[in-house]
Structures are given as C-alpha cells and as structure tokens.
Design a binder for this molecule. Structure first.
Ligand code: 1GP
Length: 237
C-alpha cells in the first residue's frame, strides 16, 4: 500500500508528530550491532532512511532486511544513485538535486532507475533535494560535482525550493551534508517553510536535542539525523 507520503502529509496537517528520520548508511552498517542501534535511537523516531553516496552492491537490500526484522518503522530509500533502488523498502525518495546543474543527478540517474522501478511495488516520492553549505565539503558535493547553495543567500534557496514544488515535487529536502559543521540555519528553514505548501525535510550536521528542537521550531516537518546516531553520541552532545 502506498501510504508513506500520505502519512507524512497527515502528520504535517495535524502538526504532529514532528517527524524524525534516522539515516542508516548500508556501507557502515553491521548486522551484529542492529539491536544495540535500535535501543539508542529516540522513541520519537518515525522513519528510517537508508542510503549513502556510494554503497556496495547488495548491501542496501541486506541492510533493509535486517532493519525490518527489528522494527516496524517505515523504511525509505534515500539513494546516492540508481543502484540503491530495491523493493525491500516501503518507499523511495525519487531525488533530483535541484541545487546543482549536473544533469547526471537532475535526470540521468532517475532515467537509469526506471527499468527496475517499474516492475517494483515501491512507493515513489518525487523529492527536490537542495544542498546548502554546511561549512565543509560533503560527500554529495564530491560525488555530484556540484556546489552547495550559500546560506547567506536565502532568497536563492527559497526560489530553488519553490521551483521544486512548482515542478511537482511532493517533498523538499534541505541538506547541509552528512557531518556538516553547521546545519541549515533556522532563518533559512523558516523562510523556505513559509514559502512552501509541501512538507519540508531538513538534515545534515544535527547532533543535539537543542539543534533538533531549533529545526522543528523553525518549521522543519521532518529532521534527518545520521552521524550522531552512527557515533552513538546524540544524547551526550
Ligand atoms: C541527512 O545527510 C544527512 O540529510 C545526515 O546528516 O549525518 O550529519 O546527521 P548527518
């Protein structure tokens, strides 16, 4: 059943719960650690994202199968490229990197995913993906060979997000990059949120409850956290 996006829209319309996605990179994932991993993530977690900039073949499937044995949370693929598409998940963020001007990540990877996708019963969620500067070069930047948008130019970020919405994206994702030195600022989140009528996802560099709360207060509908849980130090920061 295609219900992941509906669930997100319902939560946003009812203004709760605020959504928290924990990101698991299959390349760093060890099945033996999964029980411990699920014990340390917050009870408010609503979704599991699975993906990485580059992932070895077969690892995404194995990772999702292991997650499904431990949790009933919806699993959403957050792919670095078309090879990470698998029917083991509940849904796929069908990403276009709107902040960049590299056709490979605007349309080429998407076209290459179709032969497998059209034979899968996987919920597909058109998502505008916007990389903003998080203070250091991140994997998305390196792999996509595109520059992030500057946080000092919020109007460009807002225009990019709206261009995504007007092109039919159902979600907009503001990304400061995994392990960012600083996350997307609250002013940017709030400007983008006020302009959009589709849900807003924010991720990259969020390591503490304070930063999480700040992102929610600014208007993020869903926050994505990866590194802080990988390192097991979210509650200590
Ligand atoms: C998801 O890439 C982020 O948008 C995850 O970032 O690893 O810094 O939490 P962190």
């Amino acid at each position: 059943m295609k219900q992941v996006l509906n669930g997100i829209f319902e939560a946003v319309e009812n203004q709760r719960p605020q959504l928290l996605a924990v990101l698991i990179d299959p390349d760093k994932f060890e099945e033996k650690d999964i029980a411990r991993f699920f014990k340390q993530i917050p009870v408010i977690t609503t979704h599991i994202f699975v993906g990485g900039s580059t992932v070895e073949a077969g690892k995404t499937e194995a990772c999702i199968r292991a997650i499904k044995n431990h949790s009933d949370l919806p699993v959403i693929i957050f792919p670095g490229d078309h090879s990470q598409v698998t029917s083991e998940a509940d849904a796929l963020l069908f990403l276009s990197l709107l902040s960049g001007r590299n056709p490979e990540y605007l349309i080429e990877q998407q076209v290459r995913s179709i032969r497998r996708l059209r034979n899968m019963d996987l919920e597909i969620i058109p998502t505008g993906y916007i990389l903003v500067d998080g203070g250091k070069e991140c994997a998305v930047q390196r792999v996509s060979k595109t520059a992030p948008l500057c946080q000092k130019e919020p109007e460009v970020i807002v225009d990019t997000a709206l261009a995504g919405q007007y092109s039919g994206k159902r979600l907009i994702y503001l990304e400061a990059g995994s392990g960012a030195i600083y996350p997307v600022g609250p002013e940017i989140i709030s400007l983008v949120k006020n302009a959009l009528s589709v849900p807003l996802i924010v991720g990259g560099g969020i390591r503490s409850k304070e930063q999480l709360e700040l992102a929610y207060e600014a208007g993020a509908d869903m926050v994505v956290i990866g590194t802080a849980f990988e390192n097991g130090n979210f509650f200590n920061s």
